[in-house]
Design a binder for this molecule. Structure first.
Ligand code: PLP
Length: 454
């Protein structure tokens, strides 16, 4: 039964049946925003309106939507080999994709090169896998007490128990009780760096807090530090100059693994193949997802350095034994592998990381030109990622951080722009294929919207 006055064609029962992810379900179901198709940098909604995709899906579709090469590769794969068991048997494309991913990893120093790829079904699964590899690695090396993780305030590492434990976004953890052992570095969004363009100059010293955490917990109890090179979900927080290098040095000094969660930053968004390459720091383990398949089929991956892989291989007993008792039914799914190969082809052929680098300065200047517009309290950016911090509204004497961002995003949607609102921020993750005129349009619309709201 359809709602007579709606164009989305969904019945109330259908709307009610779906408990939507990370959504205000009650609000959404009163006035659903239904997307029915996508092409290039635009969505079409159920009213037939064209909407600019200002977050590339969820940081996923940088190469634009409905890319013919990816569509063809996935359709062909579905007709050729729709599924093959992920455990103990293989199919060609997972090995081809693994090699391609390793080619995009930054040059490490000798054994530091990241060259072993473990596939998962999502970013959250990649994070859990990385954490398990880190703990297992130390156990295999006879240092089984190294179990604690160090994350960072404002970090986002997906939604599973390991991820929310190392994550540093309060509301994502608040109602779920006991997680795993984790402590947190401070975030790097300091008052002195407000309105910094790109990487802030000051703040490398914040990495030194790792020394304090080591003094408190002892390195013999710490498995790994996990950070996003650029924190995405908390509202685009680029690393201060020298910060990641300092973190790397301290992890090496204390014999703690360094994990970069590159679920947003890998494959172009920063203007390089990875954040590690862009910021010149090589972790021991990296997690990726999202842009890996241009968002077309869910997939994540963990990339580890040779020595970590070797440690598992060398300590597992007879060769028929599992070295890592871990994996997912959908690890290395054939459709995801086909999508991954096709989307990494596009990335290379169209030189998309280079394109991001070339238009990032224009994006930076346009975004920062909003400074002084009412309600904006900070602006941050790197590559084709940007965010505005928005002054908290007061409702019944109480601060409501997400009220204005929600209103802004809804007004933007009505104007034909999809942008993300999260916490007290508005976030932009423009398609790598954005034209300068599209950057102008979305920034102008944001300026007008901010000026119009209370
Ligand atoms: C840095 C980071 N890690 C992990 C995740 C979780 O990925 P997924 O939503 O695919 O589980 C995200 C998602 O936004 C992310 O940004």
């Amino acid at each position: 039964m359809n709602n007579s006055n709606s164009t989305h064609g969904l019945s109330q029962a259908q709307l009610d049946a779906h408990w939507m992810a990370f959504s205000g379900n009650r609000e959404f179901k009163k006035d659903p925003r239904i997307i029915v198709s996508a092409q290039g940098n635009y969505y079409t909604d159920s009213d037939g309106r064209k909407i600019f995709d200002g977050l590339s899906g969820l940081w996923t579709c940088g190469a634009g939507h409905a890319r013919k090469e990816i569509v063809a590769a996935v359709s062909k794969q579905a007709a050729t080999l729709d599924y093959s068991p992920a455990f103990q048997f293989g199919h060609p494309k997972s090995f081809q994709l693994a090699e391609r991913i390793t080619e995009l990893m930054p040059d490490g120093m000798n054994s530091e090169r990241l060259n072993k790829v473990f596939f998962t079904g999502s970013g959250s699964e990649a994070v859990e896998t990385a954490l398990k590899i880190a703990r297992g690695y130390w156990r295999k090396k006879g240092m089984g007490s190294k179990t604690r993780f160090i994350g960072r305030a404002k970090g986002y590492h997906g939604v599973n128990f390991g991820g929310i434990s190392v994550g540093g976004i309060g509301p994502n953890r608040a109602i779920y009780g006991q997680g795993i052992e984790a402590a947190h570095l401070p975030h790097t969004m300091t008052a002195e760096n407000k309105y910094a363009k790109g990487m802030p100059e000051k703040g490398a010293y914040l990495a030194d807090e790792l020394d304090e955490l080591v003094a408190m917990y002892d390195a013999s109890n710490i498995a790994a530090v996990i950070v996003e090179p650029l924190a995405g979900s908390a509202g685009v927080i680029p690393p201060p100059v020298g910060y990641l290098k300092r973190l790397r040095e301290l992890c090496t000094k204390h014999n703690i693994l360094l994990i970069f969660d590159e679920v947003i930053t890998a494959f172009g968004r920063m203007g390089s193949n990875t954040g590690a390459e862009e910021f010149g720091v090589v972790p021991d383990i990296m997690t990726v997802a999202k842009q890996l398949t241009n968002g077309v089929v869910p997939m994540g991956a963990v990339i580890a350095k040779q020595e970590i892989y070797d440690t598992f291989m060398d300590t597992a007993g007879p060769e028929y034994m599992l070295e890592l008792p871990h994996g997912y039914t959908y690890s290395a799914h054939p459709l995801a592998c086909a999508a991954g190969l096709a989307s990494l082809d596009i990335l290379a052929r169209e030189n998309l990381p280079e394109r991001v680098k070339s238009i990032a300065p224009y994006f930076q200047e346009s975004l920062h030109a909003l400074k002084g517009t009412q309600h904006i309290t900070d602006i941050r950016n790197y590559g084709l990622a940007g965010a505005l911090s928005i002054a908290h509204a007061t409702v019944n004497g109480k601060a409501e951080p997400s009220k204005r961002p929600y209103e802004i995003a809804m007004k933007m949607w009505k104007k034909g722009f999809y942008v993300r609102y999260g916490g007290d921020t508005i976030q932009l993750g423009l398609p790598f294929t954005s034209e300068l005129t599209e950057i102008d349009s979305v920034i102008n619309a944001l300026g007008e919207t901010l000026t119009a709201i209370d």
